[in-house]
Design a protein around this ligand. Sequence first.
Ligand code: GDP
Ligand code: MN
Length: 391
Amino acid sequence: MNFHEYQAKRLFEAYRIPVPAGDVATTADEAVAVAEKMGGERWVIKAQVHAGGRGKAGGVKLVSSLEEVREVAGNMLGMSIETYQTGGRALPVNEVLVAEATDIASELYLSMLVDRANRCISVIASAEGGVEIEEVARTAPEKIHTLHVDNTEQLQPYQCRQIGFAMGLDGKQVRELTHILLQLYQLFMEKDLSLVEINPLIINGEGHLQALDAKINADDNALFRHKDLATMRDTRQEDPVEVAASEHDLNYVTLEGNIGCMVNGAGLAMATMDVIQLNGGKPANFLDVGGGATAERVTEAFKLILSSDRVEAILVNIFGGIVRCDLIAEGIIQAVKQVNVGVPVVVRLEGTNVEQGKQMLAESGLAIIPADNLNDAAQKAVAAAKEGAGA
Ligand code: GDP
Ligand code: MN
């Protein structure tokens, strides 16, 4: 689950990680009230969307009067922002963060993440912040400092100091960085996070470290034990199809291609996508209908797949292990009738009661293309999608 910057900063504050003063606003009036209450003469108005790169997209603006706060916040609210991180979607700006404008002496980079390759939590830091870290990694990899945290020893202060000195910080700043990193680690562990990124972490006008930006990602599978985090979810920022899928306990991810996939089991779904690609096609989605695929869930799954107008063909690949193929066939027939599927549907069934299932599909009178195995199914789906796209 993703968080807004202002939510991440509230968590930072709770863990005594320094951030510039500020608060969230949903209207121009509220924005002015926040600025007035905070005092000062210069503020920064920041669009709250689940993506970075806002600066370049007009989502971060410095202002120096209350009239300007009203005008800029008013313009930003209701606007949509597309950045290199939004995956081609424009995200709605329903909230802005009004913060005190900070003097920046230097922009640094700091992140903490679940590092699957090294099976640990890793810290990544660089004195080159404020820019895309991927760019620094490409052009000046020696400027990126990585620390693998030992899972039993946990993060140690001396390791934080090493990172600080490697970044060229002075003694006082190294102490501040050590505090920030240890607190961040505690936050990370206690809240089951998968990523924290502070870009930029700044050295302000007085030489102190502050988190100017904050991006947090939490592990969805742990949300049941973090009710406080779960309430921060903002589904308006998420792919609407993925939101609908999660409401039906379906594992769904939107992809770029034109072959809709309905599969039971995540492993089989991955394999199905691979075989589609091997046959020259492109999947439109990842969808795991789960082990207990019922007629209702199959119907919902069809609706989800068809909500994308890119889909030219659907490949159903079900292995009847826990579920029976005849029940799945019933679900498919029901769904195709109910949802009014206008594209070819290729079905490959295997497992318990497969003969019964196949017979039901054949006798249904629906234009379902049966397939004998996964490769056969993929070939037929790719051919059907090509025909659909060409027509
Ligand atoms: P992002 O573009 O979505 O990552 O948004 P950031 O919060 O990182 O802001 C982008 C850039 O705007 C930062 O790298 C800073 O250079 C600048 N910026 C943001 N807040 C302030 C501020 O309070 N004062 C000043 N001077 N610049 C700021
Ligand atoms: Mn940033």
